[in-house]
Design a protein around this ligand. Structure first.
Ligand code: ZN
Length: 318
């Protein structure tokens, strides 16, 4: 059974009328209950990421800065990103969820996990909050996988409509962690052109697919598949992490790249195919964006539904 991470504590990162608001997860959880998908998953208990754990990607002192900012009441920690008094603890719990999922999947408790966390993480830089993100959840988990759990190679697949600039920057010169992103272009945050491919020993371990608004859905999916298969063949990852943003949906108020809910099922299947070939089916997915709450709920349900079907099928084959 797929591991499912969610805790009501994630609702305590209060952001008022900001698009990245608690209601997103309320709707997602309701949908998973309604469809019975949550009952098909295992719900592990886990610990918040420690400051030491966060420091495997974030600069020493950055976590303390976020803590102090939240403790003094919060507010706008940067142009687009809000903090409430509880945000520091909530963000550590989010990063801790993805790390725990990676630990359990590497240990073999299960092959798949979905982490329904907030705040999201893929814009968070080493020493700065950015784009609704405080700590880079997926990056902390990927670094944990290679530095502490002994994996040789990890691939991060990011299909959020925005480029995961924080994740790219963190692993820019790290040959053990590949980064593959498909995103709207030109668009926020302005990075992610196709000539950004990493440096030094990590040259070629970053692959960006910028996609213009108006691109046909079939074309988008074909580009995603081609890019994913290319980077996976190069990285031969032991584990795949997904930065699962659903804001490329055509009705998303922040992003939009013309996708429909069924396209997220297709993206999920393409990642699962590559995971079957290279990483023994091991996939840990973490929620990033998606701001039309009803659409987000349907998209996450489609994403998890495909993971569950694949999990059942591979168990039946054993
Ligand atoms: Zn996004």
């Amino acid at each position: 059974m797929t591991l499912l991470y969610y805790d009501p504590t994630f609702l305590e990162h209060e952001t008022g009328k900001h698009p990245e608001r608690p209601e997103r997860l309320v709707q997602v959880v309701r949908q998973l209950e309604r469809t019975g998908l949550d009952a098909q998953c295992v719900r592990p208990a886990w610990e918040a990421a420690s400051v030491e754990q966060l420091s495997c990607v974030h600069e020493p002192g950055y976590a303390a800065e976020v803590e102090a900012f939240a403790r003094h009441g919060g507010g706008r920690i940067e142009e687009d990103t809000l903090c409430s008094p509880r945000s520091y603890e909530v963000a550590r719990l989010a990063a801790g969820a993805v790390c725990d999922a990676v630990r359990r999947v590497v240990r073999g408790d299960d092959t798949q996990a979905l982490c329904l966390v907030r705040p999201p993480g893929h814009h968070a830089l080493r020493s700065a909050a950015m784009g609704f993100c405080l700590f880079n959840n997926v990056a902390v988990a990927a670094r944990t996988a290679v530095a502490q759990l002994g994996l040789d190679r990890v691939l991060i697949v990011d299909f959020d409509v925005h480029h995961g600039n924080g994740t790219q920057a963190i692993f820019w010169d790290d040959p053990q962690v590949g980064f593959f992103s498909i995103h709207r272009w030109p668009f926020y945050p302005g990075t992610g052109d196709s000539d950004e491919t990493g440096t030094g020993a990590a040259l070629g371990t970053t692959l960006n697919l910028p996609v213009e608004f108006g691109t046909a859905r079939a074309d988008y999916l074909a580009q995603f598949q081609g890019g994913l298969e290319r980077i996976a063949a190069k990285m031969r990852p032991d584990l795949i992490l997904i930065s699962a943003g659903f804001d490329a949906h055509r009705d998303d108020p922040v992003g939009s790249l013309g996708l429909e809910i069924e396209d997220f099922a297709a993206l999920t299947n393409l990642v699962l195919d590559v995971a079957d070939v290279h990483s023994g089916g091991r996939v840990v997915s973490a929620l990033e964006g998606g701001y039309n709450t009803g659409i987000l709920a349907g998209s996450v349900a489609a994403h998890l539904g495909e993971m569950l079907v694949r999990n059942r099928r591979s168990r039946a084959a054993v």
